[in-house]
Design a protein around this ligand. Structure first.
Ligand SMILES: *Cc1c(COP(=O)(O)O)cnc(C)c1O
Length: 209
C-alpha cells in the first residue's frame, strides 16, 4: 500500500487460520461486517488485532460490538450514532466512527446524503455526544465494470470529505479518513484520495458463504 493508505483486511466468512496467516505476516487491521462474527473472532484471536466494523449496523447490535470495534465505518443515521454514544458511555470509552455516504447508483446500498449529514452534524443531540468521535467518511461505489462511473463516485466522496473537513472539522486532526476502495477498485480509490481501503477477496480469495 502507498504511504498514508491503511489496509483493512476484510476477513468476513474467512476461517481463523486464514486470518492468522495474515496476522503472522504482520497485518493487524481486520474488517468484519456482522456483529456476531466480529465478537466470536475477537474472543478467539489475538488481542493485538484491531477490529473494524464495516457492515450495515442495526441499533440492537450496537451494545454487543461497541466494546470490541475500534472503528465503526458504517454510521448512517443520528439514531445509530446516538446508540453508539450511549453504549460507549456505559463502558466509559470513546468510539471512533465514520459517516457512511450513499454515493452509488444502487438502491441496495446504505448511507447518508449531504443534507442528512449536515442535519446530523448541526443537531443538538450530536453536540452533546461525548463518547463518539467522527474520524471521516466511508462509501461504497456501484458494483460495475464502468470505471468512469466508479471514479466519479469516489471523487464525489472526496468532495464530501473536503467540504465537511472545511465546515465542521477544520480544527479536528482526527477527522482524516476516507474509507473507500475494495478488491476490484482499490487502486482507483487510492488515486481519488482514499486513506483506508477495505480489501477481502483480492487477498484471501473468494469467500465461502
Ligand atoms: C465485503 C466488503 C468489502 C470487501 O470486499 P472484497 O470485494 O472482498 O474486497 C469491503 N467493504 C465492505 C463494506 C464489505 O462488506
Amino acid at each position: 500500500m502507498p504511504e498514508g493508505v491503511n489496509l483493512v483486511l476484510v476477513s468476513k466468512f474467512q476461517p481463523d487460520e486464514a486470518i492468522m496467516e495474515a496476522y503472522n505476516a504482520g497485518q493487524r487491521h481486520f474488517g468484519e461486517s456482522r456483529a456476531q462474527e466480529l465478537i466470536a473472532k475477537h474472543s478467539r484471536l489475538p488481542e493485538a488485532i484491531v477490529w473494524h466494523f464495516i457492515g450495515h449496523l442495526q441499533t440492537n447490535k450496537v451494545k454487543a460490538i461497541v466494546p470490541f470495534a475500534s472503528l465503526i465505518h458504517s454510521v448512517e443515521s443520528l439514531k445509530l450514532l446516538s446508540e453508539i454514544n450511549k453504549e460507549a458511555s456505559k463502558i466509559e470509552r470513546v468510539c471512533d466512527c465514520l459517516l457512511q455516504f450513499y454515493i452509488a447508483a444502487e438502491e441496495t446500498k446504505f448511507g447518508l446524503n449531504m443534507e442528512e449529514a449536515v442535519a446530523l452534524l448541526t443537531s443538538e443531540a450530536y453536540a452533546d455526544m461525548k463518547h463518539i468521535r467522527i474520524c471521516g467518511v466511508m462509501g461504497m461505489a456501484t458494483f460495475t465494470d464502468d470505471m468512469v462511473q466508479v471514479r466519479s463516485e469516489f471523487e464525489q466522496l472526496k468532495t464530501i470529505f473536503d467540504t465537511l473537513k472545511n465546515e465542521y472539522f477544520s480544527h479536528a486532526p482526527h477527522f482524516c479518513h476516507i474509507s473507500m476502495g475494495m478488491s476490484d477498485d482499490y487502486p482507483l480509490a487510492i488515486e481519488c484520495g482514499s486513506t483506508m481501503v477495505r480489501v477481502g477477496s483480492a487477498v484471501f480469495g473468494s469467500r465461502n458463504y
